[in-house]
Design a protein around this ligand. Structure first.
Ligand SMILES: Nc1nc2c(ncn2[C@@H]2O[C@H](COP(=O)(O)OP(=O)(O)OP(=O)(O)O)[C@@H](O)[C@H]2O)c(=O)[nH]1
Ligand SMILES: [Mg+2]
Length: 382
């Protein structure tokens, strides 16, 4: 298994270059704007995993085996998890922190923040001389953690001069809340803003998979169509090219039917200008969430959309994944109500969730006196 980056002026040509060299068996892990140090190689980077050595383009290819590649990636992940667990048992106490820093570290870790991020933030608090001052601690934590991740609320407009609709696709594991989020987006970014909107659901071989979405679309009065073959996706998008907004719902793939994911990922990669949101549940165990997110990197997501914030009080995972995957957070789903319980991601809101461990937007008057540094803050409404 080797991992290689391809750089080009556009994501599509980077993918094309990789496919020529590695063949269709290679798996797209992610694509992004090239980091400054590699920008001279091309504006965009596409990272591919391949179990075969680079071969000339004319070499014959075997059929794609995404399950094997995914299996190998999962095994590497399992080994890394075991190693980090072993290391954390050797020394679970962060070293070099003052008593106040240790307290801050413990609270951040309890809110689900990854150990390295919690340690970095606690060290900044100690270095800032914030000992005993909740307000100062809070300010330093917001600054330190706020530097680490980005938000991208809203849906991107097509580049200037580029004709056609904006297209957003939601991908993610089964039952995570993709369809609900899509309906919320259709309402807030389509109906409310008076954009001509088309919902497309890629149903593949699940019988009546698109039914809940069709019902919602009918109630809302948004046009809906379904596509049952990933190969027909480009034609369907072309058919609705006069719409202003196309929202694409995709099937959720579990480990048991992962082989069906590859054609969908390929079909999405072949479309130009799709903004792909990876939908992740905050209620998942962090290590499971990490594994699922890694598996879905082959869909080349450019945003992270978090659901089920109402089912947990441990929000560190939102920041952990945004930092780890270097992807901005787009939206937060805070409950089952449609089209309610949905927020465009705001940095202040995410920081408040992580620091207070509460979904409440307003801390009741007087509560500050009862708690530590986390309870002193009033969240900024998104
Ligand atoms: N508590 C809570 N429930 C949610 C949230 N988002 C969605 N749900 C619920 O989760 C269930 C599944 O939601 P769907 O939107 O159908 O999820 P999906 O990912 O499209 O599911 P499949 O297409 O079946 O894989 C429904 O009962 C939703 O009401 C959320 O933010 N919080
Ligand atoms: Mg669904």
């Amino acid at each position: 298994m080797h991992v290689k980056s391809y750089y080009a002026a556009t994501v599509e040509s980077a993918i094309r270059q990789a496919r020529q060299e590695l063949g269709s068996e290679a798996m797209l892990l992610h694509s992004r704007a090239a980091p400054p140090e590699s920008r001279h190689l091309g504006a965009y980077e596409a990272v591919f995993a391949s179990s075969v050595e680079a071969a000339p383009p004319e070499a014959p290819r075997r059929a794609p085996a995404p399950d094997r590649v995914a299996g190998e990636l999962a095994e590497i992940r399992r080994q890394l998890d075991r190693m980090s667990l072993a290391l954390s048992r050797v020394d679970s106490r962060p070293s070099g922190l003052e008593a106040w820093g240790e307290e801050v570290y413990a609270e951040l870790a309890a809110n689900g923040l990854a150990a390295d991020l919690a340690l970095r933030a606690a060290r900044a608090v100690d270095a800032g001389g914030a000992s005993g001052s909740p307000e100062r601690t809070r300010r330093i934590l917001e600054q330190e953690l706020g530097k680490l991740f980005q938000v991208a609320p809203g849906l991107d407009l097509p580049a200037s001069g580029q004709a056609g609709p904006r297209i957003a696709a939601l991908v993610g594991p089964p039952g995570v809340g993709r369809t609900s989020a899509l309906v919320k987006l259709a309402t807030r970014h389509g109906l409310v803003r008076r954009r001509t909107t088309q919902i497309l659901s890629l149903d593949c071989d699940r019988v009546a998979a698109g039914e809940p979405l069709r019902s919602y679309a009918t109630i809302l009065g948004v046009a809906h169509d379904s596509v049952d073959d990933p190969g027909a996706l480009a034609d369907a998008i072309a058919e609705y090219s006069r719409k202003q907004l196309i929202l694409l719902d995709t099937p959720g793939f579990g480990p048991g039917d992962w082989e069906r994911a590859a054609p969908v990922a390929e079909a999405l990669a072949a479309l130009a200008g799709v903004e792909t949101h990876l939908v992740l549940s905050c209620a998942m165990k962090p290590s499971d969430l990490m594994r699922v997110a890694d598996r879905y990197l082959c869909f080349a997501p450019s945003r992270l959309l978090f659901t089920r914030l109402d089912e947990t009080s441990s929000y560190g995972t939102i920041v952990n994944e945004a930092v780890r995957l270097n992807l901005p957070i787009s939206f937060l789903s805070t409950g089952q109500r449609v089209p309610g319980d949905f927020e465009p991601a705001a940095k202040a809101r995410v920081l408040d969730l992580v620091l207070s461990g509460s979904l409440e937007e307003e801390i009741p008057a007087g509560a500050a006196a009862a708690g530590g540094w986390g309870s002193e803050y009033r969240a900024v409404a998104p």
